[in-house]
Design a binder for this molecule. Structure first.
Ligand code: CP
Length: 348
């Protein structure tokens, strides 16, 4: 396991890491999972502090980071952006209410060992890429690693937990397995594109046959798709995009249906967010639900994945998410192990 390339680096997107580095993270995550199960001590970050800034709500990310750093011997400090001077980029500053990101990053760098940030959607006026830009601005000024806990482009921690779960369920060699990342209906359009984008970008380094399925108008970021195609050329597997959920599910080994918003209806593609337009688009595709009938198109041993929280009765039926093919709670648990590995490697 080569660990020397990690120390002090930022974790903003998995695309910044080689396949070998992602494998090192997974090796360590599996090792830490085993150590936790057997009660072996693994206090690799004794006395170290992780600052967490959540602009959006969270259950899994907040608790997996907080429990994770505690289990590694360190401490998580949760900074509510509304109770500190809200970190803001130039142009978004309000006197004595916000504090410039460059200043916050430099102050926190004097006091702890990493800064983790979640930001997407409303806090950046739904301008696609603006939250990612803010996290990169933190990284530019911080002397300590900056960790992306989900922005409007990437959710790389989720992506690592997802691939870890696929390996556990389908074996260490995922080459040739069919992975379907599908859009699914939700009554809420306020869903970032980060989960599907990181899921397919990580998967594209592991030789999977990736099918991306969504109705027209719900395309993912074209630059991200180019990166996926490039990875598939380099590491094998295949990539296709379909506009039919049933067709996509045919003979799948892994299905991952979830909602994401329309990038075409948020800035910079349009002047201001057109969320009502997206609602109409969503509402015309209520049949994109993962139910028993859709699952019957996949292989009998196919697994059902979801990052959670799931919109039950809309994205998925109770029968599927609570059924024998669902691995969603193993997937959620793997957030803990994957992030412990990332923190341990970056914050040593
Ligand atoms: N999957 C995920 O990121 O969950 P939370 O929004 O609860 O953190």
């Amino acid at each position: 396991m080569k660990t020397e390339t990690f120390r002090g680096r930022d974790w903003i997107t998995d695309l910044d890491y080689t396949k070998e580095e992602l494998e090192t993270i997974l090796d360590l995550a599996m090792d830490l999972k085993r150590k936790r199960a057997t009660g072996e001590p693994h206090r690799l970050l004794e006395g170290k502090t992780l600052f967490m800034i959540f602009y959006n709500q969270s259950l899994r990310t907040r608790n997996s980071f907080e429990a994770g750093i505690f289990q590694l011997g360190g401490h998580a400090h949760d900074l509510n952006p509304k109770q500190i001077y809200t970190p803001a980029l130039p142009g978004r500053e309000i006197a004595y209410s916000t504090e410039r990101v460059s200043d916050v990053a430099r102050v926190l760098s004097r006091m702890g060992e990493a800064i983790a940030i979640r930001c997407y959607g409303e806090p950046v006026d739904w301008i696609y890429g603006e939250a990612d830009r803010m996290i990169r601005e933190f990284a530019r000024w911080a002397d300590i690693p900056v960790i992306n806990m989900e922005d409007d482009v990437y959710h790389p921690c989720q992506g690592m937990a997802d691939i870890m779960t696929m390996i556990e369920k389908k074996g260490p060699d995922l080459r040739g397995k069919k992975f379907v990342m599908s859009w699914a209906y939700s009554p809420s359009v306020e869903k970032p594109l980060a989960v599907p984008q990181s899921a397919i970008s990580v998967a594209s380094k592991f030789g999977l046959n990736i099918t991306l399925a969504h109705p027209e108008g719900l395309e993912l970021d074209s630059q991200l798709l180019d990166a996926v195609r490039e990875n598939v050329r380099k590491y094998g597997g295949s990539f296709e995009i379909l506009n039919d959920m049933k067709e996509a599910f045919k003979d799948a080994d892994i299905v991952y249906p979830k909602a994401w918003t329309s990038k075409h209806n948020i800035p910079p593609e349009v002047e201001k967010p057109l969320l009502e337009e997206t609602q109409k688009l969503f509402d015309s595709h209520k049949d994109w639900i993962c139910d028993k009938e859709k699952m019957s198109y996949a292989k009998p041993d196919a697994i059902y994945m979801h990052c959670l929280p799931a919109d039950r009765g809309f994205e998925v039926t109770d029968e599927v998410i609570d059924g024998p093919q669902s691995v969603v709670f193993d997937e959620a648990e793997n957030r803990l192990h994957a992030q412990k590995a990332i923190m341990a490697l970056l914050m040593r």
